[in-house]
Design a protein. Structure first.
Length: 434
């Protein structure tokens, strides 16, 4: 009997720990003021809010669409973690989206497709046809590591069907999965000077790193920090872009509905206010994401320590920087002047032909991606119950993510392939500890 009780207790403890692990991206910073707490909890509700069709009794949360991808922010950023790409060829996108544009002049904003805009909105409110559906076929290819171990990698091929507004003809496409949303306030507070300084630093192994620059609505040039090609200058702008592009919710930054000139039903649909997202709501959502805590890395073991050394020695840290410092301007006093470990430089790098989407975005070229922050990456499996990585979710584990690295990261990738099985495992162990 006592042994049975002990077993039960252990099982319970394990359950509690697992449940805590799943919530690791949901906690606020520990020292919020009373005002910040109010905004944090308001923002959290908005993050999970399913928006509804206008007009409705709930005037605070109506205005969905007319064209949209999902009902809620959290659909694509489940538990503030990562979305995924369908593994099956008949599965709809749940937490990913397809960016679109036409070829345009270098250095400029993406040129919207005349009929579909900059993103395929798969859904429409009643009376407004959704733009189309995306399905994925996976193409397999094999490769071997230097010690002879054979592996397969998969690459997505898009199947776009049921296009409701005519052919896509010559459109550039880019499949992207919703990324992890921890630490956004710290990234927002990285100063222009810091970004320029990192870009200017000479680096070995052919690694470069450039800032993305875009012209804001006020005509000012701003450095990009958010988005997988660093095409949004700050968190507020990124959130307003997501509100319009992903949910069809207008805001002070995007007062117009997301309808193309020929989408008549879309343009005639009732709106949920002008704008649909109030300033207070935009503010609360911005503070919520800014004030989310980055969970600490797990305690180091001999293997993870060895892995951390390899991470430096292979040249991973040239892009995935283990230390950054935020500037004086921040969305909250707690976020200013902080040292933190995003494992990113927020700069654009040419990642080679295999990862290219061939869709330029301001100064980001078709092979460029912003260094993906690696903080929290070891917790994705517990939080999101999958282990897909890279912009389009093609990597099925951390090793596959590394093996896709090319371009400026070719040298680091080759060095990884040449490691012994034991060293590879130590490096992966280190990544899993983040
Ligand atoms: C249909 C899926 C989808 C929905 C819904 C969605 N997102 Fe995203 N989110 C993405 C994708 C994909 C990216 C990467 C964007 C890019 O590079 O084009 C992203 C990027 C972001 C980023 C920047 C992350 C970074 O590291 O730079 C933030 C912040 C964000 N989303 C917040 C939101 C908020 C807030 C909402 C609700 C208004 C929302 N998202 C709704 C898919 C989605
Ligand atoms: C030249 C810069 C550079 C170097 C060097 C580099 N990376 Fe990356 N890494 C990136 C970029 C950019 C991405 C995002 C690519 C994408 O999504 O297609 C990325 C993505 C990743 C991801 C997936 C992250 C995610 O959220 O999907 C992992 C894991 C990773 N890198 C690990 C490593 C390791 C380990 C090394 C060293 C062997 C390394 N990287 C070297 C730039 C670099």
């Amino acid at each position: 009997m006592p042994r049975f009780c002990l077993l039960l207790l252990l099982l319970c403890a394990q359950r509690v720990l697992a449940a805590e692990d799943r919530e690791a991206f949901n906690h606020p910073l520990p020292d919020l003021s009373a005002g910040q707490q109010v905004q944090f909890f308001e923002g959290r509700t908005l993050m999970h809010q399913s928006w509804i069709v206008a007009p409705s009794q709930d005037t605070q949360h109506d205005g969905l669409g007319p064209l949209y991808n999902q009902l809620a922010c959290s659909s694509c950023h489940p538990k503030n973690g990562r979305g995924r790409t369908p593994d099956r060829r008949d599965e709809r996108l749940q937490s990913a989206l397809l960016r679109l544009s036409l070829p345009g002049p270098a250095g400029a904003a993406p040129r919207p497709h005349p009929a579909y805009g900059e993103q395929l909105n798969e859904q429409g409110i009643p009376g407004v046809p959704g733009e189309g559906s995306v399905f994925i076929d996976w193409q397999m290819q094999s490769l071997s590591l230097d010690d002879g171990q054979r592996l397969t990698l998969r690459r997505p091929r898009l199947r776009i069907v049921a296009l409701a507004y005519g052919p896509l003809q010559g459109a550039l496409t880019s499949l992207r999965v919703g990324p992890t949303l921890i630490g956004m306030g710290l990234l927002d507070a990285v100063s222009d000077e810091t970004l320029h300084a990192m870009a200017a630093e000479p680096k070995p192994d052919g690694v470069r790193g450039r800032v993305n620059q875009l012209r804001g609505e006020d005509g000012q040039l701003r450095l990009g920090r958010f988005g997988l090609k660093a095409n949004a200058p700050n968190l507020r702008q990124q959130i307003a872009n997501a509100m319009l592009g992903d949910l069809g919710i207008s805001s002070s930054l995007h007062p117009q509905q997301n309808c193309r000139p020929a989408q008549r039903a879309c343009r005639a649909a009732p709106t949920g206010g002008e704008p649909e997202l109030s300033e207070a709501q935009l503010d609360a959502l911005t503070r919520y994401l800014a004030l989310l805590q980055v969970p600490p890395a797990r305690a180091a073991t001999p293997a993870t320590r060895h892995g951390a050394q390899l991470f430096m020695r292979l040249g991973c840290a040239l892009c995935h920087r283990p230390q950054l410092r935020s500037g004086a301007q921040a969305l909250a006093p707690q976020l200013a002047g902080q040292d933190f470990a995003p494992y990113s430089d927020l700069l654009l790098h040419d990642m080679g032909e295999s990862l290219a989407d061939h869709r330029p975005d301001y100064e980001a070229g078709g092979r460029d991606w912003r260094t993906a922050p690696l903080w929290g990456i070891g917790r994705i499996k517990a939080i999101n119950e999958h282990s897909q990585f890279l912009h389009d979710g093609r990597a099925r584990d951390l090793q596959e993510a590394i093996l896709w690295h090319g371009g400026e990261a070719q040298t680091a990738q080759r060095r990884y392939r040449a490691l012994s099985a034991q060293d590879r495992e130590a490096l992966l162990d280190f990544l899993r500890s983040l």
